[in-house]
Structures are given as structure tokens and as C-alpha cells.
Design a protein around this ligand. Structure first.
Ligand SMILES: Cc1cc2nc3c(=O)[nH]c(=O)nc-3n(C[C@H](O)[C@H](O)[C@H](O)COP(=O)(O)O)c2cc1C
Length: 277
């Protein structure tokens, strides 16, 4: 089971703090939240890739420039990472309209050059693609499968929604199955999967939500605060990070009331008091 990238949430500090909980839940790999592929990217300066993790980490890149991607991949490879992933799923209109993320599904020639670069630099079976069923329709990825099959990808992870859906509405299992049947590489299911899901699966929000259901959830927040204080400068970014985490728990009966105090907390200590209430 692979931990899905959740930007601002499943960051390195999160993965380190909850390493035991991740292992216990059955995760053996994490794809990082996306890193923008630019020519200047330096993994040694990136907080995401400082190592010290027990789970296998696969850096994910977002972009549309194969030259920039090549530089990034060469650098992460020499920093010791043996696998990398391309984001072709980000649904945000600003990203998509610029041809990045899910926008790559609308520029198959660019997508092909990105995949070619990835497989060339990382090697056969070491580069993966994370995407959606399509931009507007659930059969767009399927139409691209003959082209995608030309590359020796490590896996194809499919969030079984369209970009247009964002995170709304149901996942389309039939459309996912059609992609799976057409694919020559291993296909990983993603989208609303529970932690108990079997087979090749990528899970994000279900893991984050499950942390909030634990009896020691307030202690987990305490641990995450401590680790984040070592990494971040000052109260503000730590407070923001904790609110982002606890926001995943707000619909759960045990958190609904506490969330209303957590969300208005002005300091980390206020937040910790609200969490422990
Ligand atoms: C807050 C947030 C941030 C995300 N960041 C990324 C990202 O950086 N890269 C990516 O490929 N997908 C990203 N996703 C999509 C997730 O990886 C995943 O595809 C989606 O949440 C569905 O899986 P889940 O239902 O198991 O969470 C993000 C999703 C959310 C909600």
C-alpha cells in the first residue's frame, strides 16, 4: 500500500512522526507531495528529501518541461532516490490550463516526452505516473493507454475521478477497470480507498482520518507539534500545519466540537489545549 501525496499534509515531518502508524497500517512506500520541476531544483536544499525515513520515499514532480524534469531527476537520483513519479493528475484549473498536472492529459506529445525522459533517467521500471481518468470525461486516459503503454513504467496510479470532479462525486470503478485492462504496467487504484483495501492501492485521506479516531490522537498532535517546531520557524507555520491536519477530523463525532476551538486557536498552545479538551 502506497501513501498518497497530500500537499501540506503528508510531508516528510508527517511521515517521520507517524512512521510507526504508517507501518502498522501496512504502508511500505510514500509518494511525496509534488515538487515543481525547475532547472534550479536542488534536492539537498529541499526539506522533503532530507532522508531519515524508514518508509521508501518516491519523489513526485510536476511540470511540462522535459529538460527541467531531466535535471531534477538526475539530481534526485544522485541524492540516492531510485524511483520517481510524474504528476499528471493535479486538477486545479490554474495548473491544468498551463498544461501541468492533469493538463498533461490534453497534450499527449508533452506527456510522452516527460515519460520518455523519466524512464531514460530513472531507468526501466523506476519511473511512475500518477493521474486521473480524464479532464472532463472518464474515458480520456483510456484513449491514451496505447501511447502510455510504450513506456516501461514502474506503475500507473489512477485516481478514479476526472479532474473536473476535483474531489467531489463518486469514483468511477468501471472506467478504472477499463484502464487497468488496457495497461501493460502494474496499475494502482486510488480514490476514497479504505485502509483495509486489498491489492495495489494508494491511500491518502483514509489514513489521515484514521489518526483522528485513535484514543491517543491528542498525543499524536503533541508529537507532531514537537517535530514541526524543530523544523519550522516560529509558531505560525506550526499552527497552520496542525490546523490542516485536524481539519481532516472535523466531521468525526469526537472532533466536531473540538474542531470549532481548534480552528480559531491563535497559538500552538491554544491549539493543544483545544485538542486535549
Ligand atoms: C490536500 C490535498 C493535497 C494533494 N496533493 C497532491 C499532490 O501533491 N500530488 C498528487 O499527485 N496528488 C495530490 N492529491 C491527490 C491525492 O494524492 C489523492 O489522489 C486523492 O486524495 C484521492 O485519494 P484518497 O481518497 O485516498 O485521499 C492531493 C489531495 C488533497 C486532498
Amino acid at each position: 500500500m502506497i501513501l498518497a501525496p497530500l500537499r501540506g499534509v503528508t510531508v516528510r515531518c508527517f511521515r517521520r512522526t507517524f512512521a510507526d502508524e504508517l507501518a502498522e497500517a501496512g504502508f511500505d512506500e510514500a509518494v511525496t507531495p509534488f515538487i515543481t520541476a525547475t532547472g534550479e531544483y536542488d534536492p539537498l536544499r529541499d526539506r522533503e528529501l532530507r532522508g531519515g525515513e524508514t518508509i521508501k520515499v518516491t519523489p513526485q514532480f510536476i511540470g511540462k518541461d522535459p529538460v527541467a524534469l531531466r535535471r531534477c531527476l538526475e539530481r534526485v537520483k544522485s541524492a540516492g532516490y531510485s524511483t520517481a513519479d510524474l504528476n499528471a493528475g493535479c486538477p486545479f484549473p490554474m495548473v491544468r490550463r498551463k498544461g501541468r498536472g492533469s493538463g498533461l492529459l490534453r497534450t499527449p506529445d508533452v506527456l510522452a516526452r516527460m515519460l520518455e525522459t523519466g524512464c531514460e533517467v530513472m531507468g526501466e521500471g523506476a519511473f511512475s505516473l500518477k493521474t486521473r481518468l480524464g479532464v472532463d470525461r472518464a474515458d480520456e486516459l483510456l484513449a491514451l493507454m496505447p501511447a502510455i503503454n510504450a513506456f516501461p513504467l514502474r506503475f500507473l496510479a489512477v485516481h478514479a475521478r476526472t479532474a473536473r470532479q476535483m474531489y467531489e462525486g463518486g469514483c468511477d470503478l468501471a472506467a478504472f477497470r477499463a484502464v487497468e485492462a488496457a495497461a501493460k504496467m502494474p496499475v494502482v487504484y486510488n480514490g476514497d480507498a479504505p485502509l483495509s483495501a486489498k491489492g495495489r492501492v494508494m491511500v491518502g485521506r483514509a489514513f489521515v482520518r484514521a489518526l483522528g479516531e485513535r484514543d491517543d490522537a491528542d498525543g499524536l498532535v503533541g508529537r507532531y507539534v514537537e517535530a514541526s517546531r524543530e523544523e519550522l520557524c516560529g509558531d505560525r507555520p506550526v499552527l497552520g500545519r496542525m490546523k490542516e491536519l485536524v481539519a481532516y477530523w472535523k466531521d468525526s463525532p469526537r472532533w466536531r466540537r473540538r474542531w470549532s476551538s481548534v480552528k480559531v486557536a491563535r497559538t500552538v498552545d491554544e491549539l493543544l489545549r483545544a485538542v486535549a479538551y
